[in-house]
Design a protein around this ligand. Structure first.
Ligand code: DP6
Length: 340
């Protein structure tokens, strides 16, 4: 009873922050994103009826391993709840062994839980034979992934550019594809300016969001934005997408910075890149924009034609530690190459 899945992280254009329902993990609006081909989680899950306990290990891009326990934070607990839910669905009693390998820094705002939870559900369902029985349908799989605790993980269930639909109930909230990976040759250069795990996890941040005095303003602001973003993607309108994505980033971070307690993710490195991008847009006229999830690292989006120019310019920013080069990617998939 062993299976392995690979799932990409993704970068959100209209972001999920705060929830309508904390049990069902329902977001407050439709959110959308692009899957990233260089930011992957590969996860092997094995179930065995003679094992009493679960063993979970996560390894990052530099091979640093972390043993995850049910006593950890909300993010760690989501992993064990997900294993329990899958066992219940399959009427299976026994333990699980999970090993997850990521190609990028963990917990640093590069959607590690998106990639990790999506791969965990994909591999777990395949190992327990649930995939054939219940979730051959990718929409249903995306609902199950959302219940693991992450809407961004649910968006990684489909290929390319995707959106997770808003609904006030579990059934209506699922992921659909906006366009396949080869629709638009955007490049996401992730400028890594901080590798350490953020102080406020997204799991906690979603619960704090409505304590911000700007929360209601964000809800008003979000109205119609996902539709406009989807149009920009379908029309391959770079400037339109740039404006929507940058505005949404700053709008979301205004809520983050003003929640109680506050989630202040920007660092001096973040600001260095934002100011550089502003000058590349205003003075050079390069097609480039920024978007930032829950962390300090900046996703710098450009076109294939400008990839080398922007890469070089980013390398010259003193606070950039490394750059991850991503193209639009396929989503969650099963592989025969097990980690153990
Ligand atoms: C700011 O709880 O889905 O990235 O951040 O990867 O832990 P992780 O996942 P999740 O929250 C996503 C928050 C966000 C915005 C987004 O991806 O929509």
């Amino acid at each position: 009873m062993k299976a392995t899945a690979i799932s990409p992280a993704n970068i959100a254009f209209i972001k999920y922050w705060g929830r309508l329902d904390h049990q069902l993990f329902l977001p407050v609006s439709t959110t959308n994103s692009m899957n990233l081909d260089a930011c992957l989680a590969t996860t092997t899950v094995e179930f065995n009826s003679s094992w009493k306990k679960d063993q979970v290990v996560i390894a990052d891009d530099i091979g640093q391993e972390r043993k995850v326990t049910p006593q950890g934070g909300q993010k760690d607990q989501n992993i064990f709840h997900t294993l329990d839910r899958m066992r219940k669905l399959a009427k299976f009693k026994g333990g699980a062994k999970v090993y997850s390998k990521l190609t990028f820094p963990v917990g640093a705002g590069i959607a590690s839980s998106a990639a990790g939870l999506s791969a965990l559900v994909g591999a777990g369902y395949a190992a327990l034979g649930l995939r054939e029985q219940k979730v051959d349908d990718p929409q249903e799989l995306s609902r199950e992934i959302r219940l693991s605790g992450s809407v961004s993980a649910a968006r990684s269930s489909h290929d390319g550019f995707t959106e997770h639909l808003f609904a006030k109930n579990h059934q209506g909230a699922y992921t659909v594809q906006i366009a396949p990976p080869n629709h638009w040759d955007l490049v996401d250069l992730v400028a890594v300016v901080a590798r350490q795990e953020k102080k406020i996890s997204s799991a906690l941040g979603h619960e704090l969001a409505d304590s911000s005095p700007f929360w209601n303003a964000r809800l008003d602001y979000l109205s119609g934005k996902a539709t406009k973003t989807k149009e920009a993607i379908l029309q391959k309108d770079f400037l339109k997408l740039a404006k929507l994505a940058q505005d949404d980033t700053l709008n979301m971070h205004a809520v983050m910075m003003t929640s109680t307690p506050r989630a202040l993710y920007f660092t001096a490195g973040t600001m260095q890149i934002l100011k550089a991008i502003e000058s590349w847009q205003d003075n050079e006229g390069w097609p480039v924009f920024f978007t930032i999830d829950a962390g300090a690292n900046v996703h710098v989006i450009t076109t294939q034609d400008f990839k080398d120019v922007i890469y070089k310019a980013l390398s010259q920013c003193s606070m950039v530690q490394s750059i991850l080069v991503n193209n639009p990617a396929i989503g969650l998939r099963i592989t025969d190459h097990h980690i153990f």
